[in-house]
Design a protein around this ligand. Structure first.
Ligand SMILES: C[S@@+](CC[C@H](N)C(=O)[O-])C[C@H]1O[C@@H](n2cnc3c(N)ncnc32)[C@H](O)[C@@H]1O
Length: 200
């Protein structure tokens, strides 16, 4: 029986956005920057097989331990931008709180390459405030974050690599629109955006 480490944070809050984007009949899914594998374990109920990829050896070790016993999951310790994954090899590719650790253009281009025609890409990410409107919108998240501070299970996995985003909300949106024509960009309350894209 697998040990399920369940917790809630501002990334986990948007797992439903990712899970709802999984296409029907998804045979192969890939989670980039999978961390401790929580989302991989959730995806395992919706896809034939799920691969979690992360460049952090401790994270991959943890993900493997926590996912032991879930037969349709596997984990790869690798850098997305230096690893040779099959073009069009996945029905669904996702990344949560990971793209800002890499060059955005290269990361999104590579993720799009990995999706098969007809498949989907889902990105949940962080961006930085730049304009007064950015700051105003971010302010609306403060009471919601405060209200969730004492929520049971509130927390982050220990030792997960984190960094601050470089790109502003506007820059992310413009570059996502350029790289992923027809993508749906949304800015969410708890300081995350999502980009959903179907490859045609
Ligand atoms: C902030 S954590 C997010 C982990 C998980 N997705 C979550 O939502 O909790 C970012 C993860 O991306 C991984 N990562 C960063 N750059 C990467 C790259 N180039 N290739 C693969 N993984 C990467 C880090 O090791 C880290 O585990």
């Amino acid at each position: 029986m697998a040990r399920m480490a369940e917790y809630w944070n501002h990334n986990v809050a948007y797992h439903p956005v990712v899970l709802d984007a999984v296409p029907a009949g998804c045979a192969a899914a890939l989670d980039i920057g999978c961390g401790d594998g929580l989302l991989v374990r959730k995806l395992a109920a919706r896809a034939g097989r799920v691969t979690g990829l992360d460049r952090s050896a401790p994270m991959i070790d943890l993900a493997r331990r926590l996912s032991a016993g879930i037969g349709n999951t596997s984990f790869v310790e690798a850098d997305l931008l230096a690893h040779d994954l099959p073009a069009g090899g996945y029905d669904f590719v996702c990344a949560v709180a990971t793209v800002h650790h890499m060059d955005f253009t290269r990361a999104v281009t590579e993720m799009a390459r990995l999706v098969r025609p007809g498949g989907r890409l889902a990105i949940v990410g962080l961006a930085r405030n730049h304009t007064p409107l950015d700051w105003l919108i971010s302010g609306f998240g403060v009471p919601v974050a405060q209200a969730n501070r004492l929520r049971p299970g509130r927390g982050d996995p220990a030792d997960v690599p984190m960094m601050d985003p470089d790109m502003s909300w506007g820059q992310v949106r413009a570059e996502a629109d350029r790289l992923l024509p027809g993508a749906r960009f949304r800015r969410h309350l708890l300081w995350r955006y999502s980009v959903l894209w179907t490859k045609h």
